[in-house]
Design a protein around this ligand. Structure first.
Ligand code: PHE
Length: 342
């Protein structure tokens, strides 16, 4: 008998696995039974030279103890509760199962929908794969608009005269809602959108939006301003102020870009707001009468406002995330940061 025989047997035993309690019993017989491999080494032990006995005795006893322990551990996997059974130890600490975390994009989306839900908006969903009409034409995009170009939009059938594409904004869902429903309309449209952009810290070809639409008799720009102010104060804190800059979108007139006072420096100017004290958060405006008419809504009777924001952007400003790519990489170290956010 040699030391390496004992070592290799031990190694073999440590690697054993069992699928059932029967396997465990087979293992026990194979190693510790009367004709088992460990037992056989003990028999051989009788024949070794007396001066080696002390050393080998020690190794062999260790082997036997470790084999018995291993078998006991395997057996524990299949231990069922039997009243009075010594296998069930009620003093053991409970199993520690880790709770998952909600993705920051989901958290912010839910929060946005909750806030607008409290203003009476309902949620509308629509397809990610769309036709030209719902993404562009019904929204008053002129035929030569750059968004209709392959540089900016993913087309599924680029050569077709009847283009099918990945929606570039969820305004398409607003069109579908107007086609389906008579005013008053008050909806928020969350969803994934796609744009043909190079991926960087500040841009991604996939991102998430929530857009909103309110149409009724006598809806004015003042209503838009108030709705957005109330929203940002609930999202970023009661002290938050808004600023509206004139802008252009084909589907709204007038159009505006909305900024909030920087929630990091309180408007004094810092590196997040690049010293301006303001952070851009969404586009908005009064729905262009052409858009209402395209969906069969009488623009002399009804007016409305629309707005749209990127969820990633709102989440970045809320939690100072400095790279958009974090949202898509699913690094658990990043995701765990949001464990305590309900
Ligand atoms: N659809 C615009 C975008 O994706 C956002 C927007 C919505 C602007 C509604 C004005 C009104 O950028």
């Amino acid at each position: 008998m040699e030391r390496k025989d004992i070592d290799s047997l031990l190694e073999k035993i440590e690697k054993l696995t069992a699928e059932s309690i029967r396997d465990v019993e087979e293992i026990r017989v194979k190693f510790l039974g009367k004709k088992g491999e460990v037992t056989r080494l003990f028999e051989e032990f009788r024949t070794i030279e007396p001066e080696l006995k002390k050393e080998f005795g020690k190794y062999l006893n260790e082997l036997k103890t470790k084999a018995a322990e291993k078998i006991e551990t395997l057996r524990e996997n299949f231990a069922e509760f039997v009243e009075g059974s010594s296998l069930e130890d009620f003093t053991k600490p409970g199993d520690n199962f880790e709770l998952g975390t909600r993705h920051p994009i989901s958290l912010v989306r839910e929060q946005i929908l909750d806030i607008f839900g409290s203003f009476g908006y309902s949620v509308a969903l629509g397809p990610e794969i769309e036709d030209d009409w719902h993404v562009f034409s019904a929204l008053n995009f002129p035929p030569e608009h750059p968004a209709r170009d392959m540089q900016d939009t993913f087309f599924i059938n680029p050569d077709s005269s009847d283009p099918i594409l990945l929606r570039t904004h969820t305004s398409s869902v607003q069109v579908r809602t107007m086609e389906r429903q008579k005013p008053p309309i008050r909806v928020v449209c969350p969803g994934r959108v796609f744009r043909n952009e190079a991926i960087s810290a500040r841009a991604h070809c996939i991102f998430h939006q929530v857009e909103g639409l309110y149409i009724d008799k006598g809806v004015s720009f003042a209503d838009l301003k108030q709705a957005i102010l109330l929203f940002v104060q609930q999202m970023f804190g009661a002290q938050t102020e808004i600023r509206m800059r004139p802008s252009y979108f084909p589907f709204t007139e007038p159009s505006t870009e909305v900024d909030i006072s920087c929630n990091i420096c309180g408007g004094k100017g810092c590196n997040i707001c690049k010293g301006t004290g303001w952070l851009e958060i969404m586009g908005a405006g009064m729905v262009d009468p052409n858009v209402l008419e395209a969906s069969g809504i009488d623009s002399r009777e009804y007016t409305g406002f629309a707005f749209g924001m990127g969820i990633e952007r709102i989440a970045m400003l809320k939690w100072l995330v400095n790279d958009l790519r974090h949202y898509f990489e699913n690094d658990v170290r990043f995701l765990k940061e949001f464990q305590s956010v309900i």
